[in-house]
Design a protein around this ligand. Structure first.
Ligand SMILES: C[S@@+](CC[C@H](N)C(=O)[O-])C[C@H]1O[C@@H](n2cnc3c(N)ncnc32)[C@H](O)[C@@H]1O
Length: 189
């Protein structure tokens, strides 16, 4: 069971000039602690908006896992000739990722948590993370304009923090990023 998921045919919407302006991917990832040498996983990597800059930041010696439930989305990334350290991972159900336990330093989950059963989804993310690894959640503000997913599907930062706690994460930061998105940063405990 999962909520409505973003359709691959709309992938160009994820890479608009406006989004790049209000949510600059490389700057955002560095701001929230992504560094060279880290192993990174972008869960729901979509068209590669965060994945490609993340792969560049960590450098070619470190894996950048592109995890998506949509094969079409993974094909969009492949068509962009991504950096050589990008490793595509298809997940059939969206709740089991073919990545070893404790392998990842940094997980990105952007515009995806609201599309899933949060605790089931977060527990699988936690499994692939090293102790004290970082999880960056970016999601749609519920108090923002109507553009984006249905209001009733969106989560508030407080709801996200409660799901994180249930899934054995410690939220360390919650920030309103712009008119559309907020970020919650958490550590695996
Ligand atoms: C709205 S898009 C966001 C893409 C990207 N994270 C971004 O911010 O540009 C959501 C993506 O997550 C994928 N997705 C949704 N639930 C997923 C899950 N449980 N596991 C893997 N991918 C998932 C969808 O197929 C889609 O590519």
């Amino acid at each position: 069971m999962h909520r409505h998921r973003f359709e691959a045919k709309h992938h160009k919407r994820l890479d608009s000039a406006y989004r790049r302006r209000i949510l600059p991917p490389s700057t955002t990832l560095k701001r929230f602690g992504l560094k060279k040498g880290m192993t990174v996983a972008d869960i729901g990597s979509g068209s590669g908006y965060f994945l490609v800059p993340a792969a560049r930041i960590v450098g070619k010696e470190s894996a950048a896992y592109a995890v998506d439930a949509s094969k079409e989305m993974l094909a969009v990334i492949d068509g962009k000739k991504p950096p050589s350290n990008v490793v595509p991972v298809h997940t059939r159900d969206g709740y089991t990722f073919k990545i070893e336990s404790g392998a990842v330093d940094y997980v990105i989950a952007s515009a995806i948590l609201h599309e899933n059963e949060p605790v089931r989804f977060l527990r699988e993310i936690r499994r692939i993370m090293k102790p004290n690894a970082t999880l960056l959640i970016i999601d749609w503000r519920k108090d923002s304009l109507r553009y984006g997913p249905p209001m009733e599907e969106r989560l508030t930062p407080d709801e996200v923090k409660a799901f994180l706690k249930k899934s054995k994460f410690k939220a360390i930061k919650s920030v309103v990023l712009n008119t559309r998105y907020y970020a919650v940063v958490a550590k695996k405990v």
